[in-house]
Every structure is written in structure tokens, then in C-alpha cells.
Design a protein around this ligand. Structure first.
Ligand SMILES: *Cc1c(COP(=O)(O)O)cnc(C)c1O
Length: 464
């Protein structure tokens, strides 16, 4: 969450209330204009309160046109109904809501099977609020396993500099040194050899990302494991790998069945995914799985009986809504493997085609083409001097499209890109409309004297 501070200045005026908002007496609503930055003294009629909140939210962007986010922005009405039916169920209360707990258990079993756990009945896992929490849990398990082998020394975690910000958070919050493999030239993610060279006896693990946030590329997980096998032969050190499959964990099993990245690799100790990204569920649900009990130290698992019954849990939160977990189970049941394959293939097709069209404009160079995650990044061609990616992002926003522009991390800070995340619901038709808008803007952009500066575009976040 954004860390909010108080208002800059006290309320100068209360919220403005339209006479129509009053329930029976239209003038009543007007006499009860509530303040905006302190709790009102008295209640409002629900219709008035609803209308006030609703009207303010009209100014939020349209989530379907947000090509920055990986998070699901469309679900079927039936999923919405189930979520409404379950919004009062607390996920932690497994004794009171045993069927919700059972659906969570089945989802874990389905993911263990999908990710080829050698013995799905031995795999352990849990739902979370998203991949960030799942990564915290996986990182904690790695750290605890390391601390049992070692005394003293400062733990470190090896990863590509392209990791999602949650890994920097993990290292900061849990006091682990982040050892980052920089980007070089046209390599925008981790290099297995360089990663192995950064490892030592205090390395708690190496993170491989299936689906880099920066450009949608898959990191070479099998090569990473092979490099760590060779490292083990040289040094005797057995370094586990965690796969951050926030997006790719729900894409690769359906579209890239021959790609070996999951529990088929013995070195892969744990995997996370975001149910609310290509898992196709509204935010917030994620999943963390460990290949077996040995990968998740028993002492991290808590057992409480405050709510009746005795249920082992591993989570940062206590209370959490059950609706998203139920919606995940619904989506698994509804789509099955074939359904997921069709949905993800449609997103990949849209990404491929859109990337090709953008390339054919001649003004842009593609870094990726959307053939791994249905996500691609592109930058301006070297001879484009009149405008930059930040100008493109800002101008597209005028048409309602949110296409983020950002600079790359070391050693490619010189590179700034635009990124498009194609998701379920971003159809070929919508992609054609985006192309129309981009093509309409180009003559004006080309006529600029020089790029107009990035400040205005900076506000577009991309770390989703
Ligand atoms: C989105 C993402 C995360 C964080 O996931 P949330 O579900 O948003 O908490 C972590 N890693 C990667 C690679 C991601 O793409």
C-alpha cells in the first residue's frame, strides 16, 4: 500500500452533495454535507454515501485499458457471483468454513500436479494474497534452511537485477544481502554462469524468474540448475532454486509443455505464482508450493486452535477473504487444461501480432515479441530523435491507454522502454484500436523538436 500521510491542509469545504442524493427529502442530503478528512459526526443515508463514493471513483482509469498491469481485469459473471457469496468467509477460519479450506487444498494439489511435483501427495503449499507474500514465504524457507546448515556469516540471495521489487523487499525486510546479476548488452535477465559465480556458502538460494517483469522473457531455469549442479561438483555446496513464476507459472504449463522449468528439475525447491495474473482471478490471490516437506522447515508452520480445530498454516496474514480462493477453484474447474491453453494462446497471439505491427511502423525496435509471456517491450529506433518512449506513454494516455515507460536497471540504464501486457480480455479488436491511436499520434510525435522530458510520464508505474 502507498504509505499515506495526512491531508496537506485541513478541509476547506465538505464533500458536495447533490439534492437528488437525499432519500425522501431532497433537501435533507444538502444539509448533511460530510467532511472529507475526518470522520463525519453523523450518519448519511446509504444512497447518499454510495453516490458520493461512486462518483469520485468515476475518475479512476478503466482497468481493461491498463496495459501496465499483469492483474486480471475481467472475469465471468458466475465468478463474480461466487465471490460475492464468499466475501464474508475468512480463509483462516478453516474449521468454520471447511469446504473453502478443502477447495484451497485441491488448488494446491492441482498446481503440484501441473508443475510436475515428483510426488504430488508429498508437495506442500498454501494460498497467499499474491506472489509477493508467496515470495516472502519461499525466501523465509530458504533462509531457515540455510541457517540450519550454517553458523555466522551474512546470508545472501542470488538473482537477476530484473527481479520484481518483492525480492528487494524480501532482502530488506529479512536482512539478506541481495546479489544481483546485472543485465549486459542484449541480455535482459539472469545469466546462469554469472549467477553461479556469485554463490558461496552463505547463499540461501537462487531465484529464477519465469516471466521477467521488465520484458516478459523467461529466464533459463534448466540452465541455471545445470550451472548450480556444476558449482556443487566443484564446491560441495548444494544451492536450492526458487522459481518466481508469478506470471509464467500459469502460462508455460499450457503453452510451452516441453520447457523444463518446474519440479521436474530436482534443484527447484519451491515455486510461486499469482492466481490473480495469468491464473485469471481478480486480485488478491497467490500460491506458494514446496516440492516436499523437507523444503519447508517444520518450525515455520504455525498451528493455532483459537478458532476450533487444529490447522497448520504458513502465511504472513491471519485473516484473509476466501472469495479469491473459491474463484481460483472455479476457474480451474471451469477451464481445465484445454481452456487455460486456449485463453493463454489467445493472449499470446494478440501480443505477437501487436508486437509485429508496432515493429512494422519503423519507429520502434522490439526487445521481446510476446512469445514467452504474452508481454513485450519495445523502444524507439536509434534514428528517432524527435520523441522518446516517455512521450509515447504520455500521448497514449490521452486516449485512455496506460502503456508504461521506464528505464532499465544496471548495466542497461541507458535503455528506456515501453511495455504492453496482453491479458485475457485484451482482444484483437482492442489491440487494433490501440494501433489506430498509436498511428494517429506518430505524425505529431515526429514533428516534435526534441523529446519533451520524462517528468510527466514518470507517474506510470510498471511494477505490477
Ligand atoms: C507481479 C510479480 C510479483 C509480485 O506479485 P503480486 O502478486 O503482485 O504480489 C513477483 N514476481 C514477479 C515476477 C511478478 O511479475
Amino acid at each position: 500500500m502507498a504509505l499515506h500521510k495526512g491531508p496537506d491542509r485541513p478541509d476547506q469545504r465538505p464533500a458536495s452533495v447533490n439534492p437528488f442524493y437525499g432519500e425522501a427529502n431532497p433537501v435533507g442530503g444538502m444539509t448533511e454535507a460530510p467532511p472529507q478528512h475526518r470522520l463525519p459526526d453523523s450518519p448519511l443515508p446509504p444512497t447518499t454515501a454510495y453516490q458520493l463514493v461512486h462518483d469520485e471513483l468515476m475518475l479512476d482509469g478503466n482497468s481493461r485499458l491498463n496495459l501496465a498491469t499483469f492483474v486480471t481485469t475481467w472475469m465471468e459473471p458466475q465468478a463474480g457471483v461466487l465471490m460475492t457469496e464468499c466475501r464474508d468467509k475468512n480463509m483462516i477460519d478453516k474449521d468454520e468454513y471447511p469446504r473453502t479450506a478443502e477447495l484451497e487444498r485441491r488448488c494446491v494439489a492441482m498446481l503440484a500436479d501441473l508443475w510436475n511435483a515428483p510426488d504430488p501427495s508429498a508437495a506442500v503449499g498454501c494460498s497467499t494474497t499474491g506472489s509477493s507474500e508467496a515470495c516472502m514465504l519461499a525466501g523465509m524457507a530458504l533462509k531457515r534452511r540455510w541457517s540450519k546448515r550454517n553458523t555466522g556469516g551474512r546470508p545472501n540471495l542470488v538473482m537477476g537485477v530484473n527481479v520484481q521489487v518483492c525480492w528487494e523487499k524480501f532482502c530488506n525486510f529479512w536482512e539478506v544481502e541481495a546479489r544481483m546479476v546485472p543485465m549486459e548488452g542484449g541480455r535482459y535477465h539472469l545469466d546462469p554462469q554469472v549467477a553461479a559465480e556469485l554463490c558461496d556458502e552463505n547463499t540461501i538460494g537462487v531465484v529464477g524468474v519465469l516471466g521477467s517483469t521488465f520484458d516478459g522473457s523467461y529466464e533459463p531455469i534448466a540452465d541455471l540448475c545445470a550451472a548450480l549442479d556444476a558449482f556443487q561438483e566443484r564446491t560441495g555446496l548444494d544451492i536450492p532454486v526458487h522459481v518466481d513464476g508469478a506470471s509464467g507459472g500459469m502460462v508455460a504449463p499450457f503453452l510451452d509443455e516441453d520447457l523444463v522449468w518446474d519440479f521436474r528439475l530436482p534443484r527447484v525447491a519451491s515455486i510461486n505464482t499469482s492466481g490473480h495474473k495469468y491464473g485469471l482471478v481478480y486480485p488478491g490471490v497467490g500460491w506458494a508450493l514446496w516440492r516436499d516437506k523437507a523444503a519447508l522447515p517444520e518450525e515455520l508452520v504455525f498451528r493455532v486452535n483459537y478458532l476450533g480445530g487444529d490447522m497448520p498454516t504458513f502465511a504472513l496474514n491471519f485473516s484473509r477473504p476466501g472469495a479469491q480462493v473459491v474463484a481460483q477453484y472455479y476457474t480451474f474447474l471451469r477451464l481445465g487444461r484445454e481452456g487455460y491453453r486456449a485463453v493463454q494462446q489467445a493472449s499470446r497471439d494478440v501480443a505477437n501480432r501487436l508486437a509485429g505491427h508496432i515493429e512494422s511502423l519503423g519507429d520502434f525496435e522490439l526487445l521481446t515479441r510476446g512469445d514467452q509471456l504474452p508481454v513485450f517491450a519495445f523502444t524507439t529506433a536509434p534514428d528517432v530523435k524527435a520523441y522518446d518512449v516517455f512521450d509515447v506513454s504520455r500521448r497514449l494516455r490521452e486516449h485512455g491507454w496506460l502503456v508504461p515507460a521506464y528505464t532499465f536497471p544496471p548495466n542497461r540504464e541507458d535503455l528506456s522502454v515501453l511495455r504492453v501486457v496482453c491479458r485475457n480480455g485484451f482482444s484483437t479488436d482492442l489491440a487494433a484500436l490501440l494501433m489506430d491511436d498509436l498511428q494517429r499520434l506518430l505524425p505529431e510525435l515526429r514533428r516534435q523538436q526534441h523529446p519533451l522530458g520524462r517528468e510527466a510520464a514518470r507517474a506510470t508505474a510498471f511494477h505490477h
